[in-house]
Write a protein that binds this ligand. Structure first.
Ligand SMILES: [Zn+2]
Length: 153
């Protein structure tokens, strides 16, 4: 991510801090993706809008329950003091179902998320359920999307 887009800022902490990289900051947009508004990297927000349109069509009950716990947020990965979260580039989103966050690392996954994860995958997004520490609320744009977006940035 650093190599493709540059560093969003020079230092990180546990909690969200603003993007200080001017070029990256200009690529951030706030827009509706259907069930909620997000702030994130422009092409990622557009892609997420496509995902949500398909969720609405294929999984309308899940769509009705969906909420966002945030997209752009410059910080370390949860539990780390060195690894930078992809939220820092605005290319990841944390989802809620009926305002409930899936508890990270408990090995359980909200059923609704299992219904929409294949849709995210088809659009080139990865699901955090398969991370070393299960993070099922978390979806992030995959490498091939990043390569495409970096080329057009
Ligand atoms: Zn996340």
């Amino acid at each position: 991510m650093q190599a493709k887009f540059g560093a969003p800022r020079s230092s990180y902490a546990r909690d969200c801090q603003p993007v200080t990289n001017e070029r990256l900051r200009k690529m951030m947009v706030t827009a509706s993706v259907g069930p909620f508004n997000v702030t994130g990297l422009s092409p990622a927000v557009a892609s997420l809008g496509g995902v949500m349109a398909e969720v609405k069509r294929a999984q309308p009950a899940v769509y009705q329950a969906l909420g966002s716990a945030g997209m752009l947020c410059c910080r370390f990965q949860r539990g780390s003091t060195s690894a930078i979260s992809n939220h820092s580039w605005g290319t990841a989103i944390d989802l809620t179902l009926n305002n409930v966050l899936d508890r990270r690392g408990d090995g359980n996954v909200q059923y609704g998320l299992t219904l929409i994860a294949p849709i995210f995958n088809r659009f080139g997004w990865y699901w955090g359920a398969k991370f070393k520490i299960e993070d099922s609320m978390h979806f992030e744009a995959g490498r091939s999307l990043m390569d495409t977006w970096a080329g057009t940035a």
